[in-house]
Design a protein around this ligand. Structure first.
Ligand SMILES: Nc1ncnc2c1ncn2[C@@H]1O[C@H](COP(=O)(O)OP(=O)(O)O)[C@@H](O)[C@H]1O
Ligand SMILES: [Mg+2]
Length: 377
């Protein structure tokens, strides 16, 4: 029987071995144990698509659970606060109260649990529960542990809902309640969100930008993941795999997974340079399908033209001068400023140095050059 592939090239799914995020995880654990005064009680994780934001939220949740904390996941839609107040938190309160508890919630229905009957308080003059009152109710049941609230895809959050959530968390923190809020999203979306009034608390949150995993951490990840799966990888092959995936977690999983599959076809339990080299093209194609295509989906022609110009001008992925792009497009450099700003905001381009531009996502250049049919005329 073949050993199972231990690599996980799937968005939102935690890897077998987490590469290069140890110190961040350690800071987070310390922050939980530190108490409500820790700056790590309000965290904002930003990073490009596939950089490992959702995985980091999962890791934080696990770390919190290990310390006995209650974790609450919220979804950034227009019913976020309502769902929290009337279903997620009542469920958490119920779980804490235990089956033998006398505590009964005021008539709420919890998906999968059914209707919880309203008998707790016959005094109907009692005000309807709010997000803050629910959180306080939950906090009061916890002894020496706290509440972790996580929010993914922050860039899609509704401003007023987010404001309400942030206000509630801030309110509890002010009263020294053990609570933490961690949100994750795309950098450009977060920046746009923070420009709104009413996001002050979030603006003050500790910002963590998830960057590339360094080469040695990536090499170790390839080695440890392969071993965990019951095979071996040659040292040189692990280095090549790290090189191909350029520190980008999604392409790390992709490269590992494909090299593993290649080894299966080659009937070997030892991944060598041959297997890794053989999948390089497929890594780039898959990145195109899973990462580049979706992120180029809604980009208008004016911006696509700039991306193609950069792809054409860049030597082996090196940054390109804005002046050269303008010259290639036969326009004055300042004629590009609107599109340039949009592309930066979309997280597709960065400014590595004043007057220069480059792609954020690895293999975007190759993807564009391999797909000239998408080029606007
Ligand atoms: N630190 C890491 N080490 C190894 N693989 C990782 C790491 N972080 C994420 N991954 C992998 O990268 C992919 C993308 O992770 P995900 O958290 O979904 O990214 P994002 O939410 O930023 O788009 C998944 O396949 C995941 O298993
Ligand atoms: Mg994600």
């Amino acid at each position: 029987m073949q050993p199972t592939n231990p690599f996980r090239p799937t968005f939102g799914v935690s890897p077998t071995i987490l590469a290069g995020r140890d110190s961040l995880l350690e800071s987070f654990k310390l922050g939980l144990a530190e108490g409500p005064g820790s700056p790590f009680r309000a965290l904002l994780i930003s990073g490009a698509r596939g950089m490992g934001k959702t995985v980091m939220l999962n890791e934080f949740e696990d770390a919190a659970a290990e310390q006995g904390w209650v974790k609450v996941r919220v979804y950034p839609d227009e019913t976020m606060v309502h769902t929290l107040t009337n279903s997620t938190l009542p469920q958490a309160i119920q779980d804490q109260s235990g089956p033998s508890s006398k505590r009964i919630l005021s008539g709420v229905s919890i998906p999968g649990v059914g209707q919880i009957t309203a008998v707790a308080n016959p005094d109907h003059s009692q005000p309807a529960p709010t997000l803050i009152s629910r959180l306080r109710e939950l906090a009061a049941l916890l002894r020496g542990v706290g509440i972790l609230i996580t929010l993914d895809e922050l860039q899609s959050a509704d401003i007023s809902q987010l404001h309400e959530l942030a206000t509630a968390v801030q309110d509890l923190l002010r009263d020294d309640v053990d609570i933490a809020l961690v949100a994750a999203g795309l950098p450009e979306g977060i920046d746009r969100l923070l420009q709104h009034e009413g996001t002050t608390f979030i603006r003050r949150a500790e910002r963590i930008h998830l960057g590339e995993v360094n080469h040695n951490d990536a090499v170790a990840m390839f080695r440890e993941t392969t071993t965990a799966g019951g095979r071996l990888i040659d040292e040189q092959a692990a280095h090549l795999a790290a090189q191909i995936s350029v520190g980008y977690p999604y392409s790390m999983q992709l490269t590992g997974s494909l090299a593993w599959a290649r080894a299966t076809l080659d009937k070997t339990d030892r991944i060598a340079v041959t297997q890794v080299e053989a999948v390089r093209g497929e890594v780039i194609r898959r990145m195109g399908m899973q990462v580049h295509e979706p992120s180029l989906h809604s980009v208008p022609d004016g911006e696509l033209t700039i991306l193609y110009a950069i792809a054409e001008l860049s030597q082996d992925g090196a940054m390109v001068a804005t002046g050269d792009i303008a010259a290639l497009m036969n326009v004055k450099p300042n004629a590009l400023s609107v599109q340039r700003r949009q592309l930066l905001r979309r997280g597709l381009l960065t400014v590595p140095k004043y007057g220069y531009l480059n792609f954020v996502l690895p293999y975007m250049r190759e993807h564009l050059l391999n797909n000239p049919q998408h080029r606007p005329i």
